[in-house]
Design a protein around this ligand. Structure first.
Ligand SMILES: Nc1nc2c(ncn2[C@@H]2O[C@H](COP(=O)(O)OP(=O)(O)OP(=O)(O)O)[C@@H](O)[C@H]2O)c(=O)[nH]1
Ligand SMILES: [Mg+2]
Length: 451
């Protein structure tokens, strides 16, 4: 841990621009000394004091409020000084320049939060949640980040870790009695405990997946033959003239991206070039880009002109999409066929008959999009999560699957304990703890006296 060894950092904490108030923050061991150089007053902790700040030539820079948060009860755990001045770009720069000349350095991005983590004030998921809260694009994302920041996500991880520690303790206890018969090993208990932890991981993976949707948004890709109405659909969804719509086939060449907010979920929509064989080199490049975009979709909307619809045409379009990516087939232009809008749930995909032009069936499409993106993500219990959380949970899950296999005869408790340890370190990666000594402490402290 870096406590006591770090230098002192300072940074403007408010955005650059003209505002009523601007904030400069300092953290580190030299804070008290720098404060006394700034102004010769004794600050009461956590109380705002109005003072005048002069530069080295005794010229007044600004009149500011100072607030002192003594270590360890501060955000970083170190001494912190907050200075609230007038929020002009130049006056803030002058104040910071003066402060830096008194014996501290400009903070790197995220360095205050990093210090809070290194000093044990917050764990990694909470540090990440601060960034997510600030960057939150929707109210749901902000609420999710707040829940993570309050430690809800970490609590769930700690709960899982408790379960794993118990499993390892049980395994260690059994290994301590090697003379005993194998049938003494409480296989049922191991199985139940493993199952319980794995079910919790599965539950957490579901929430983490929804949480990552909250944070990163849902990536929807529109694809299909030329002229099917992809760009028209993009414009309807974004309520904007984002893409050029034209009766000429091959209008869209490049990927056109826009973003919509569907009841709190950010959806990134990409319109792509129509898929067909062509000798036009620009169009060929557009189609290559479209295929690339299809690989990174959370869901693909395949748009097809109802007049061209056939099983063969549909299957050909489906062949462009990887099997693991969910698909909705949009059968468009039903106004020209005098067909009623409809939604059909097939085994492998969903089909919606609409007319983008007349608007018929768009309500079905919106309801469908809301269902696939937000039904669970809007549950009150969701916290923002990142890809690395999902990866770590998946790694832990695989280790526990391996652990369960060591329970079949002959029971291999050492290997089971090792897999539980691997699962534990995967989970520890999430909160940023790597503490095998912790485990030892827990094991020994639960032993009875004299053993
Ligand atoms: N009748 C009718 N015409 C439509 C409908 N939707 C789109 N169109 C028309 O179809 C033509 C092609 O629409 P676009 O949205 O440009 O089609 P696209 O799939 O983006 O085409 P490319 O960019 O060339 O691949 C335009 O003239 C649209 O006005 C619809 O529901 N009904
Ligand atoms: Mg287009």
């Amino acid at each position: 841990m870096i406590t006591g060894k770090s230098d002192t950092i300072a940074a403007i904490a408010t955005p650059r621009g003209n505002a009523g108030v601007g904030v400069i923050r300092l953290s580190g061991p030299a804070v008290r000394d720098i404060q006394r150089q700034l102004v010769a007053v004794q600050l009461e902790p956590r109380k705002a004091t109005l003072v005048k700040i002069f530069d080295q030539q005794q010229r007044l820079i600004d009149q500011v409020l100072l607030i002192f948060f003594p270590s360890p009860d501060s955000f970083t755990g170190e001494d912190i000084l907050e200075l609230q001045g007038h929020g002009g770009v130049v006056v803030m720069d002058m104040l910071l320049e003066h402060i830096l000349s008194l014996g501290c350095r400009q903070a790197r991005a995220g360095e205050f939060s990093e210090r809070a983590f290194l000093n044990g004030k917050i764990d990694l998921t909470q540090a990440e949640a601060i960034a997510d809260l600030i960057e939150g694009q929707t109210r749901s994302a902000v609420r999710g980040a707040m829940r993570s920041l309050q430690g809800d996500f970490s609590k769930e991880i700690h709960h899982l870790l408790e379960g794993l520690i118990h499993l390892r303790m049980l395994a260690e206890a059994c290994l301590d009695f090697p003379d005993e018969e194998t049938d003494e090993v409480p296989v049922k208990e191991f199985e139940q405990r493993l199952l319980s932890v794995r079910e919790k991981i599965k539950h957490l993976l579901d929430s983490a997946h929804n949480g990552s949707l909250l944070r990163d948004g849902f990536h929807l890709v529109l694809a299909g033959r030329p002229n099917a109405g992809k760009s028209s659909l993009l414009n309807v969804l974004t309520k904007n003239d984002t893409a050029i719509v034209n009766e000429q086939a091959g209008t869209t060449r490049d990927i056109i991206r826009d973003r919509i907010d569907l009841d709190g979920i950010v959806i990134d929509v990409s319109d792509t070039a129509g898929l067909r064989q062509t000798s036009d080199s620009i169009e060929t490049e557009g189609i290559r880009r479209a295929k690339n975009e299809l690989e990174n979709a959370d869901r693909v909307l395949l748009i097809i002109d109802e007049a061209d619809y056939s099983e063969a045409a549909r299957n050909e379009l489906l062949s462009y999409v990887e099997h693991n990516i969910p698909v909705t087939i949009i059968r468009n232009k039903i106004d020209l066929q005098s067909i009623e809008p409809e939604i059909k749930y097939r085994e492998q995909w969903v089909e919606i008959l609409i007319s983008i032009k007349s608007g018929a069936g768009l309500d079905l499409l919106y309801r469908h999009l809301k269902k696939i993106t937000s039904s669970e993500a809007l549950n009150e219990g969701i916290y923002t999560a990142r890809r690395r959380h999902i990866d770590a949970l998946q790694k832990a899950n695989i280790s526990l699957q391996n652990a369960a296999e060591h329970l079949s005869v002959p029971v291999e408790l050492e290997l089971l304990a090792e897999d539980c340890r691997l699962a534990q370190s995967s989970l520890n990666e999430i909160t940023g703890e790597f503490s095998s000594e912790d485990l030892l402490g827990r094991i020994f402290s639960s032993f009875c006296i004299g053993k």
